[in-house]
Design a protein. Structure first.
Length: 178
């Protein structure tokens, strides 16, 4: 035995199939226009969402262009005794986020000291390089000139910066007291 109940009309009788077919033909035009309205409203909503996203994207691009972060090179100030080897560590700081920048295999970094031949080193993808330099004979403060990608071959430079090398004499070296 089936436990399903059969559909009955309002007064408990079965509905007439012919009447149902007539009602369906009459409602067919209404459902079609309702479907078109639903499609139009969905397309309008999609257009609004796309317009908002385009507005936000252009706002962020305008802000990035107005406040651009530049690539730069940095080396801390150093101290040394006369005629000794100084290790100068330079770091190239990229302006773009890691996802957007291309990491070159090697970057040439040139370190110059007035009166001496510039020394070159090669930085890896991390942008960090250590260059050995011989300190001058006379004590004093010297300006170190840093230049990354001096030929502009990689497309990030030339980046220029400066640092200070302080050559201290043995007589002025601080003495530790016990």
């Amino acid at each position: 035995m089936s436990r399903r109940k059969k559909k009955k009309g309002a007064d408990g009788e079965r509905p007439d199939p012919a009447a149902q077919a007539e009602a369906a033909v009459e409602n067919e035009g209404g459902e079609d226009s309702a479907g078109k309205r639903l499609l139009r409203s969905r397309l309008a909503g999609l257009g609004v969402i796309l317009a908002v996203q385009l507005g936000l994207l252009s706002f962020f691009y305008a802000m990035a262009a107005a406040y651009a972060v530049e690539d730069r090179i940095h080396a801390p100030d150093s101290r040394s005794l006369p005629n000794k080897t100084v290790l100068v560590t330079a770091r190239i700081l990229y302006g773009l986020p890691a996802m957007l920048r291309s990491d070159p295999e090697k970057i040439v970094v040139r370190l110059g000291l007035s009166g001496k031949t510039p020394v070159e080193g090669t930085a890896g993808p991390s942008g960090k390089v250590t260059i050995a330099l011989t300190a001058p004979e006379k004590p004093g403060r010297y300006q170190l000139e840093l230049e990354a990608d001096p030929d502009g071959a990689i497309g990030i430079g030339p980046l220029r910066s400066s640092s200070t090398l302080e050559v201290i004499s043995i007589n002025k070296a601080p003495v530790k007291q016990p």
